[in-house]
Design a protein around this ligand. Sequence first.
Ligand code: PHE
Ligand code: ZN
Length: 885
Amino acid sequence: MDIARTPATPDGNPEMADAAYEPKAPPEIRRSDYAPFPWLVPTTRLEFELGLERTRVTARLDVERNPVAAVSPTIRLNGDGLELASLTCDGGEPEGRMMDGDDLLVTLSGDRHVLEIVTEIDPSANSQLMGLYASGGMLCTQCEAEGFRRITFFPDRPDVLSTYSVRMSGAKAQFPVLLCNGNRVDSGESADGGDHWAEWHDPWPKPSYLFALVAGDLVARSDSFTTMGGRDVELNVYVRDGDLDRTEHAMESLKRSMKWDEEVFGREYDLDLFNIVAVSDFNMGAMENKGLNIFNTKYVLADTETATDGDYDGIEGVIGHEYFHNWSGNRVTCRDWFQLSLKEGFTVLRDQLFSADMGSEPVKRIEDVRILRGVQFPEDSGPLAHPIRPDSYREISNFYTATVYNKGAEVIRMMRTMAGEKAFRRGTDLYFKRHDGEAATCEDFVRAMEDGTGLDLEQFRLWYSQAGTPKVAATLSHDGDVATLKLTQTVPPTPGQPDKKPMPIPFRVALFDRKAGTHSGEQLLVLDRASAEFTFEGFAHKPVLSINRGFSAPVSIERDVSREELVFLAARDDDPFARYEAMQELMTGYLVGSVSGDLDESESEAARGDIAEALKAVVEDDQLDDLMRGELLMMPSQSYIGEQMLVADPGAIHVAREALKTDLGTRLGEALHRLYDRAAQVPFSLDAEAKGARKIKTLVLSYAAASDPAKAAELAASQYDRADNMTDRQGALMVLAGLDSAERTARLLDFYNRYRGNALVVDKWFALQASSLHPQVVAHVEALRSHPDFNLRNPNRVRSLYMAFAANPAGFHAADGAGYRMIADLVLELDPINAQTAARFVPSLGRWRRIEEKRAAMMRDALERIARAPKLSRDTFEQVTRSLG
Ligand code: PHE
Ligand code: ZN
C-alpha cells in the first residue's frame, strides 16, 4: 500500500485527476486553519471478520450535526489506500458520494444519519505497520496518528470522540486470544467450533487514534491492582508462548506506575481491565490505546541474562509513560495534532518524575538532560527546528520529535519549578477536572496552570511558539561586598522564525564562598528580559557561581568561569547536576579549545592536568554512590562537543576526544583499576549499589581501551566470560568491538551463538558492531546488511544496525562519505516499505550546515539523491525538503 497521495482535481473529482504521477509537494496543514468537525459521531460499531490476508471491516457510525460547527452538506471520512466494498446511509443509497483523493465524501442533508461502511483489507501486505497489520502470525493495530483511516473510512481526527463497541471473529486455532479496548462483554463459538468471537465495549468516548485490536496466539502474565477508590483491576501482560518468564519486571513496573499516579497526581484507573500486548514489529516504543496498550517487545521483555540495567530502566519508564497517558492523553486528549505536546510533553515529565522516584533522582535528571542535549538541541539548531507546538506540517508522523516530547517536558517542568510542587499539583488537578472528556489545547493547559497556581504565564507562552534553544551569557562581577550577576539571553533564528522575543527563563542559582566551600541558600531567578542584573550582598570575596542547578531551564549557558572555579564546583557543588555540569564543561572546554587550535601546548597540558585531578577526586570521593560517580566520569559525547562549535569537523573532534580519553586513562590508570577491582567484588543484584558497580566497570574498561588496549582486551574478555548478567556482558563486548583483537572475534561469535533466536539480543549484537570504534566499522555494517538475520521489514532490526551506525561519528562521518551514502541507500530502499522508519534517518544527514565543508557537500549530495527519487512518501519528502531548504 502506497501512501503517496493521488492529487484531486480542483472540483475534487478523482476521475478527472491526471493519472500520471508528478512529484508534487503534499499539502501543508496549518494550525491556524483549525475548524471544529461539522459532525459528531456519538457511537461507532465495528465488526471485524479477521484473517491474516483478508479482513473484512463493517463500520456503523451514528452521526449527527455538531451544534458548534459550521453547517456542511457533506461528511468527510478519511481513508488511506482503502477500497470501499459497500456504503449505505440510513440503510439505503446515500444522496451523494465521491472520493477526494483517498477520502470519501458523503452527502448528508438531515441532522442525524446512520452510515454503514464495509472495507476489506490485507493485513499481511501492510509493511508500514500503520492500521491493521500482521506480525509473526498475529494481528494488531497501530492507529496514532492517522492509522485508523487505513482500517475504515472515518473522521480520523482527535477531536471526534466516539463510544466504540466492537465484535471480532476469526479462526479459533489461529487467533485464540481476541482483545480490544475496554471490557469484554460477551464471547462465543461458531457451531462447528472452528471460529470464535468476542464482543468488546469501551465505555469511555475516545478519538480513533486510541482504537486498538489484537488477535493471536498469546499467553498472559496476570495480576491485579486495587485502586485508591477500591476498584479491582485485572492486569495482563500478553506475550508469545515462551516469553512469559521475561514479563515480571513489566508487570511490577505497571503496578508501581498505577500506585505512583494515585499518590503523586491523584489519578485513578478507570476500567476493570488493563491489558498490555508485546509485539515484535512496531514503529515506536509503545502506544497508549485505551485499556489495551501495545508495546514494542523491547519495552516489555527482560530477565537478567538478556536485558541490561538500561533495558530495565527503559521498560519501567515506558510502562509508566503509557499508563500515565490514560489521564494525560486519553481522558484528556488533543484537539488537533498541533497540540501533540499537550499529551506527550506532560506525559514525558510524568514518566521522568516517576523514574526519579523509583531510582536515583539526580542520575535520572542527568540522563534526561543528556538526551535533551544530545538529540533535541541539535534538532533545535538545525533545519528541522520547530516549536513544541508546531505551526504547520505535511506529515504528522515527522513531529513525534525530541522537541515535542523532551523539550515539551522541560517546558512543563519550568512551570513546576516556578510554581513549586504543591501549586503545580493544584494546576494539574484543575486541568484534569476542567477538561476531562475533552479534546484540549496547549493553551487550555497553560490557562489551567495559571488559574491553579496563580502564576502569570502570559510571556511564558512564548515557550510554546518559539523554536530554538535560548543562549544565555552569564558574568559575575564583584565590588566591595556586592556580587552582581549579569544575564543576557538571545534566542537564535530558526526556519520561518527570524526574530525572537526574550522568554522567561527560570534559573536556580547559588553563590559559593570559595574558602568555606559552601553557599547560604539557593535562589530562583527569572530572567524575563533580553538582559538583567541581579545583585547579592555580603560577599567579602568574589563568590563562585553555580547556575542552572538541576538544569532548571533548557538553555545553553556561556558563563565566564575559570578552570579553577570549574574544578571547585566539580568537587563540591551540592547540586549533583551542577557538579556533573562543571565536570562536563571542564572537558568540553578543553576539547573545543583543542580542536579549534586555541590552546598552546602548555595550556593544553595544564587543562588536561586539571581534568585528571578533578576526575581523580571523583574516583576517590567516598561520599559518592557509584551510579553518580559514573555520571561524573563520563566524557561529553562527540555530538555535544560538535554542538558547541559553529561548524564542526567530526574527524578532528573524534581524534581529540579519543586522545583525551587515552591521556586520562593513562594518568588515572591505577586509580581506575582499583575502582574496577572494588566494583568487581559486588555480587549481582538489581539494587542501586550493584547497578552502580556495573556502570563503573564498563566505564573503566572504555578508558583502558584508549590507554592500554591490550590490557583492556584481556580485562574485557574476562568480564565477558565471567558475566552472570547482560549488563556486564554487553559492556565488555562493547569495548571489545572497538578493539582490533583476537578477543573481539571470538566473543562476538560467542555472543551470537549464545543468543541467536532471541531477537532483542540479536538486535544488541547488530548495534554493538554498528556503534563500535573499530576503524573498519563501515565495512562491518555493509557486511551485516547481508547477514541472514537482517530484515528490512522489522524496525527494531533496522534501527539496531542503522540508527546505531548513524549515531556513530566514527562511521557515519567517514571522511570518504561512505557513511552518508549508506544512509541514503537505506532511506531509498526502506521508504516504500516503511516510510515512517525511513524518514527518521533523514535528520542525521540534515546536519550538513554545521559540518565542515567537504563532508557537508557529500551530505547534501546524499540528500539530493533521495530528493530525486521518482516516488517518495510524504514522510521522507517532507524531511528531505526541509533538510535541504
Ligand atoms: N503515543 C505514543 C507514545 O508516546 C507514541 C507513538 C506515536 C506510538 C505514534 C506509535 C505511533 O507514547
Ligand atoms: Zn507518549
